[in-house]
Design a protein around this ligand. Structure first.
Ligand SMILES: N[C@@H](CCC(=O)N[C@@H](CS)C(=O)NCC(=O)O)C(=O)O
Length: 457
């Protein structure tokens, strides 16, 4: 299709996507378009249950469902087909770069659609009152989803992406589908059995192309409750809701105030993290909120003052040449280190056995550090990947403001649970020397070859 009629039509005309705001199926093509630089317009003033029932709309999709993409060559419905079309308009590898990769991309798109999305719909929509709720059916559905997530978790143990070494359409489709689960029924307790799925999901939703359209995904604090016994499922209004508004639902943590609220917050105004107290998010630079109010202080700013200025250490670390590192940077660190105002923590990855592929192991570390971005002002870290051969070890040291690992870190960074944490005893010279080694990056640490080191500063 590349360079063919469709590509010409694209260059000549517009692509118009009919959808309600934040519809997770529509996000597939919007995210795909973002990756390859295709422009898609979104139909203005679309009203679910009204716009998709008009005679004109039914000519585009006789089912009366969204999304629908109008192209100069004709309309396309079915979100996966739309996303494929968008990708074929430009040269890229998001549909797979070899025959086998293309088959695997298709395989995972089908998996995401038939195993994950259909299972999640059968779990979530009855709880929202859009379909008949039956505890027995639900139990069966949940066990099927567990089976699918288990298989996915196994695959992701040794893969950063579903296929190959970069994002493909299969990741885009799966992430959009999983987002319904994470926003509604996938509590932390439920997902604890699938740590690699969690790592994959939270890493990809932070990629700019995903984030632009998904907004900030917030995990439900508790699972969406079943509908009340007198559920509207039986009454007419629920039936019409089912027809017209099904996927456009409010996340579970809030009551459903407006029928047209999207399941995914519109990207123009990303949602506030549920678990993040307002003050903290303001302190973390969330400038959008109430600009007239004075900025609330971050809890760590309320600690007694410390003689150590973290930025001075970060500067010293960055500016010291390797040959002087011991006598300048490390010496300087211990001179400025304030054990009252700061604490040092060793972190050891719990699942080193799974670190069989170097780049996947490095991506795990990069993802972790990326997800800790919100605490940058109060932390420094050095994480090392060690070992001559697989399985590689991930070990490192964190410096945090305050005597403990900050509560915000424990609450908001999922990766914390993937590591064992030991507070550094600075009166133990062996432990101090281990800190020095992490900071310095010698060829070997503790008899293990240093493969790569990543700094958080
Ligand atoms: N398999 C379709 C699903 C389409 C679908 O169910 N669309 C919903 C919104 S996400 C809809 O338009 N519902 C309206 C209706 O059922 O009348 C796709 O992926 O595009």
């Amino acid at each position: 299709m590349r360079g063919s009629r469709a590509a010409m039509a694209f260059s000549e005309g517009r692509l118009l996507l009919h959808t309600g705001p934040g519809n997770k199926n529509s996000l597939k093509s919007l995210i795909a378009a973002e990756f390859v630089g295709v422009k898609i317009e979104v139909a203005q003033n679309f009203q679910m249950g009204v716009s998709n029932k008009t005679r004109e709309f039914l000519k585009l999709n006789p089912l009366g469902k969204v999304p629908v993409l109008e192209t100069p060559d004709g309309a396309i419905f079915e979100s996966n087909a739309i996303a494929r079309y968008v990708l074929k308009l430009k040269n890229n590898n998001l549909l797979g770069s070899s025959l086998i990769d293309q088959a695997h991309v298709d395989q995972w798109i089908d998996f995401a659609t038939t195993e994950i999305d259909s299972g999640l719909s059968r779990w979530v929509y009855p709880r929202l009152g859009y379909e008949v709720y039956s505890p027995e059916v639900e139990e069966f559905t949940i066990s099927a989803i567990r089976r699918s997530l288990g298989a996915l978790n196994t695959h992701l143990t040794s893969h950063t992406y579903l296929v190959g070494h970069s994002v493909t359409l299969s990741d885009i489709v799966l992430i959009c589908n999983l987002s319904l689960g994470y926003r509604t029924v996938f509590t932390e307790a439920f997902t604890a059995d699938y740590p690699h799925v969690g790592r994959y999901f939270w890493t990809l939703v932070h990629h700019p192309q995903f984030k632009k359209h998904l907004g900030t995904v917030v995990i439900g604090e508790r699972t969406l409750p079943p509908p009340p016994k007198t559920s509207a499922v039986q009454d007419k209004s629920a039936q019409s809701n089912k027809e017209s508004n099904k996927p456009i639902v409010e996340p579970p943590t809030k009551p459903n105030k407006e029928s047209n609220k999207p399941i995914v917050e519109p990207p123009t105004k990303p949602k506030q993290e549920v678990s993040k107290p307002k003050e903290e998010s303001l302190a973390a630079g969330d400038e959008d909120e109430a600009p007239s109010k004075p900025k609330a202080k971050h809890p760590l700013d309320l600690l007694p003052p410390s003689s150590m200025v973290l930025d001075n250490w970060k500067r010293l670390y960055s500016n010291t040449k390797a040959k002087d590192f011991r006598k300048v940077a490390i010496k300087g660190f211990w001179e400025m280190y304030d054990p009252e105002g700061y604490s040092l923590w060793f972190c050891d990855y719990k699942y080193d056995d799974e670190n069989t592929v170097p780049f996947v192991t490095m991506n795990k570390v990069s993802g972790f550090l990326q997800r800790m971005d919100f605490i940058r002002k109060f932390a420094f870290a050095k994480i090392c990947i060690l070992g001559k051969a697989a399985p590689y070890k991930i070990k490192g040291v964190w410096l945090f403001r305050g005597p403990e690992i900050p509560q915000q870190v424990k609450d908001e960074c999922y990766d914390i649970e993937l590591y064992d944490w030991i507070k550094v005893n600075i009166s133990d010279e062996v432990q101090k020397e281990r800190v020095n080694a992490y900071f310095e990056e010698p060829d070997e640490i503790g008899g293990e070859k240093l493969l790569e080191a990543k700094c958080f500063k």
